[in-house]
Write a protein that binds this ligand. Structure first.
Ligand SMILES: NC(=O)c1ccc[n+]([C@@H]2O[C@H](COP(=O)([O-])OP(=O)(O)OC[C@H]3O[C@@H](n4cnc5c(N)ncnc54)[C@H](OP(=O)(O)O)[C@@H]3O)[C@@H](O)[C@H]2O)c1
Length: 248
């Protein structure tokens, strides 16, 4: 079994690499920081698995093309589109070029890789990292939340199309709430709300993979929030979301 993980050098992607190694998956780990990837490979040497490192900036579509051409002879069982980042701040103060970089990584590369993997995969799963932010317009994280809403909507619709065509590939969407990783540091946010541990988040993802789920929302609090959002008027959601995010 082979799993490809983008954004494997830290946080959720890194934990997924450790957990899938325990399950004897061979791994292809993708990220920009080669030193981090090498450390992870060294840590995982105790497992009898093959680990291939791909040091790519996959924000760039040319790099995604190179990655896919290097994987053309591999039988991929799991492809995890995990690489992504957020931008915290007043929307009018965030540089548009940074927002466009984020859209390139969070949306365009994910979409490119998803489609290329489906062409290449006979059977297996694609796991796309969205966010709870997909379900609520989020002041101070406006473009990030919008990018994750895109990922959610795209992945769910694609999954349904594949199912109707009886193509044996499951597309699973993962929508975590806050998780303790380097995400906030990269996004320039300092949340007061305590996040889920990366271990708990990845426990849910692994269970979701085993059950070939459509959607995984790690943590009970976030499942309750998703349920309550059904009944809350948009103006209330925005008001509460503004207050919570303003305090970061
Ligand atoms: N943590 C949260 O609260 C949270 C909540 C909901 C959803 N998520 C989503 O979960 C995913 C993982 O985030 P995380 O929390 O684990 O954050 P993280 O610790 O910052 O990890 C992000 C990973 O993405 C990689 N990455 C970033 N830009 C890249 C690029 N241009 N090319 C290749 N790799 C790149 C990083 O590696 P390099 O820097 O080495 O390239 C790193 O391995 C993201 O999609 C995020 O939006 C996170």
């Amino acid at each position: 079994m082979l799993a490809v993980i983008t954004g494997a050098s830290s946080g959720i992607g890194k934990e997924l690499a450790y957990r899938l190694a325990e399950k004897n998956y061979d791994l292809v780990l993708v990220a920009r920081r080669e030193d981090r990837l090498k450390e992870i490979k060294k840590d995982l040497e105790k497992h009898d698995i093959k680990i291939n490192l791909k040091v790519y900036d996959i924000q760039n579509i040319n790099s995604c093309e190179k990655l896919m051409s290097e994987l053309k002879d591999s039988k991929i069982d799991l492809f995890i589109n995990n690489a992504g980042f957020g931008l915290y701040g007043e929307t009018l103060e965030i540089q548009t070029s940074k927002e466009f970089d984020m859209i390139d990584l969070n949306i365009k590369s994910l979409q490119y890789l998803t489609k290329e993997v489906i062409k290449h995969m006979e059977t297996g799963q694609i796991i796309n990292l969205s966010s709870m932010a997909a379900f609520l317009p989020t002041p101070f994280l406006s473009s990030y939340a919008a990018s994750k809403a895109y990922v959610y909507s795209y992945s769910q619709a694609l999954r349904y199309e594949l199912k109707r065509k009886k193509i044996p590939i499951n597309v699973m969407t993962v929508c975590p709430g806050p998780v303790i990783t380097e995400f906030n540091e990269v996004a320039n946010a300092s949340p007061k709300m305590k996040g889920l541990t990366v271990k708990k988040c990845v426990d849910s993802i692994i269970k979701g993979i085993e059950k070939k789920k459509a959607l995984v929302i790690p943590g009970l609090k976030m499942k309750i929030l998703k349920f309550l959002l059904r009944f809350a008027p948009n103006c209330l959601v925005l008001k509460v979301s503004y207050r919570v995010q303003q305090n970061k």
